[in-house]
Design a protein around this ligand. Sequence first.
Ligand code: BGC
Length: 427
Amino acid sequence: MTILISSRLGETRQGQAVTLRPRKSFSVAMLLLLLSGCGPVPQPAASPSAQTAAATPAASAATTDPHTMKQNNHAALSWQSKVFGQLPDGREVTLVTLKNNHGVELDVINYGGIITRLITPDATGKPGDIVLGYDNLSQYLDNNPYFGAIIGRFGNRIAKGQFAIDGKSYQLATNDGDNHLHGGVQGFDKKLWQMQPFQQADSVGVELSYLSPDGEEGYPGNLQVKVIYTLTNNNELQMQFQATTDQTTPVNLTQHSYFNLAGAGSILEHQLEIPAAQITPVGAGLIPTGELQAVAGTPFDFRTAKAIGRDIEVEDAQLKLGLGYDHNFVLKATVDDSLVLAGRVLEPTSGRVLEVWTDEPAVQFYSGNFLDGSLTGKGVQYGHRSGFCLEPQHYPDTPNQSTFPSTLLKPGETYSAQIVYRFSTKS
Ligand code: BGC
């Protein structure tokens, strides 16, 4: 498979016309999902974007300010880019804003591929930001608990940062006690990605690329990674993850947005459904024991929607270890590319609904247990359990668990994973 390398950062701001190129076709399941559409998301009353919603999406006449901003057109379906900040070594970080025709809007920066802002209308049409994040780059550099970021090479934990492939042992960086978490000290969440915006008839997006060199954080092989975020007029954010390698290496990519569908406050009243019959229970350090545990009769049974907070304080050994929910829910018995629901969340006061779909075999549900009020962003203090994550992925510590579906990527193979956030409302 060809990995497209996007143009350099500087070029993004030099007023080139947008390249409209066909995207890789999605699976049949993805197509059905797209065709089925989702519940109507009302357009924000009298907002500027609502007024321009009928404009032609593919119009390519660009209005360009070469110094600060580039934009492709004035239609609601559009992208714009601007400088977000500078890394300490002088490299520039870019922010791209994507908008669809129905008032869904998101900002993404090429540092960590972080989604810094995600606007969706509530049931009355009022727009609101539903992700946790910061106002500026220095906050992301100082202390980011993975808000909005791409996670890699390996989402979740690898015990003691160790594993062996074909008899050869590897030692990864450890950054979570003795263990390796989310790619290590300088994971993909802290890398500057190349980023290229694009527009198609019914969607806009960005293509992010990063070459992770052999030995980075202790991993073998040069890993070429591509992540495509596509915002559609069906109110979906589709994310495609792809990678190729020149040496066998574990790969387990995911997206780490923290959501609060009310915009602020506790997430304990959000109603959550996860159609999973089992979790991978953990021991000390949140490392899986290797078993599968049925959710029936436990606080982990979200097969029928319930408030996140309903059972979170129940006396339960797994909840104690996670300080709440911080567990991997099994979505599929076999690994294939069919899209399945990983979670559906309804926030009752706003009426916002988020669905997460994926072809991954599991989803980590994290109830924001380590948020403690010490971080503030976008005018909101992030208190205990004020955000939740649904991170589709393979099971944690798979490189050390022979019974878990493999996460090894070999030369000549292409890693591929999909995650879709689907936005709607319910009154
Ligand atoms: C992990 C948590 C961790 C959080 C933020 C989640 O994916 O499961 O244990 O604290 O990320 O780092």
